[in-house]
Design a protein around this ligand. Structure first.
Ligand code: A3D
Length: 320
């Protein structure tokens, strides 16, 4: 049986970490593609040279030509630029939208059967544009954000409750950004919902509200500390979890930016919702019952994503 092939578009901080994790887990052979000459080749060679020590057999290759991603089973996209001082969100949107166009065309030509996971920001709008530019079926193109945001929420809750992170399950839905919606009611410690734990005196509503806000600001907190870049270890791990669910047909129930076609009363857009990922890509969108503030928070988040999509349509008239 042939090895799986994992193509990483963008060989920066997240791309390099993705390559390392994919090799350590022997998920398949890895191609790192970047427009910067030498960067993906250098990272691939460095990672290949840790293979004998770690005992992994994945082959790693760096590339500046899309032909090298030919036949990839999974493509993870981190290509783009981060926001620099003086650059507006719209400036960033315009630059990364152009990047998504070239990436989409590369995938369309060389890896039309791949499962594609986009990480490039602003996430929900970029994955929506990437799906159109690539022409791949919507169930085969998704965005990573919910797994990361939920993992941040779980980390903070485990600290608050002084329990193992393994026993904490959380859900963060909506767009990836200030408007994301951490769902307290659906978050549990070994099946015990967080509201029950508050009643049991394990925490207070105020403290949980602070944790919800810290989760929403999770990316900015790390940018503030690093100063020269954004988070990359946890974003990479989160995308790898999604890729594994696809490659191993695990049918994990994971929150991710998925194409909605009537679900949650929404059409032709991507936003963070619970999904099942298996060999069929996004096999199912799970519609949970959102109530009160959960529903209004989700609606607010959807509006923010629609605003970004409109900005994309203004920049590139081919998007619909
Ligand atoms: P960085 O280390 O800058 O890597 C980006 C790489 O993309 C660089 O090596 C660039 O050379 C490369 N690149 C630029 N243009 C192209 C192109 N046209 N084709 C191919 N490669 C190109 O960034 P990073 O790895 O830290 O982050 C990557 C993206 O992920 C950014 O857009 C971040 O904002 C985003 N991000 C998203 C999350 C989510 O949860 C959604 C979390 C963290 C970062």
């Amino acid at each position: 049986m042939a090895r799986n092939k994992i193509a990483l578009i963008g060989g920066g901080q997240i791309g390099g970490t993705l390559a390392h994790l994919a090799a350590l887990k022997e998920m398949g052979d890895v191609v790192i593609f970047d427009i910067v000459e030498g960067l993906p080749q250098g990272k691939a060679l460095d990672l290949a040279q840790s293979g004998p020590v770690e005992g992994y057999n994945s082959r790693l290759k760096g590339a500046n030509d899309y032909a090298d991603i030919e036949g990839a089973d999974v493509v993870i996209v981190t290509a783009g630029v981060p926001r620099k001082p003086g650059m507006s969100r719209d400036d960033l949107l315009g630059i990364n939208l152009k990047v998504m166009k070239s990436v989409g065309e590369g995938i369309k030509k060389y890896a039309p059967n791949a499962f594609v996971i986009c990480i490039t920001n602003p996430l929900d709008a970029m994955v929506w544009a990437l799906q159109q530019f690539s022409g791949l079926p919507a169930n085969m193109v998704c965005g990573m954000a919910g797994v990361l945001d939920s993992s941040r929420f779980s980390t903070f809750l485990a600290e608050e409750f002084n329990v193992s992170v393994e026993d904490v399950t959380t859900f963060v839905l909506g767009g990836h950004g200030d408007t994301m919606v951490p769902l307290v009611r659906y978050s549990t410690v070994a099946g015990i919902p967080v509201p029950d734990l508050i009643k049991m005196g394990w925490s207070t509503e105020e403290k949980i509200a602070e944790i919800v806000q810290r989760t929403r600001d999770g990316g900015a907190e790390i940018v503030g500390l690093l100063k020269t870049g954004s988070a990359f270890y946890a974003p990479a791990t989160s995308a790898i979890e999604m890729a594994e669910s696809y490659l191993k047909d695990k049918k994990r129930l994971l929150p991710c930016a998925a194409y909605l076609n009537g679900e949650y009363g929404l059409d032709n857009m991507y936003v963070g919702v619970p999904t099942i990922i298996g060999a069929g890509g996004i096999e199912k969108i799970v519609e949970i019952d959102l109530q009160g503030e959960e529903k209004s928070g989700f609606d607010h988040s959807v509006d923010a994503v629609k605003g970004l999509m409109d900005a994309c349509k203004n920049i590139d008239g081919s998007l619909a």
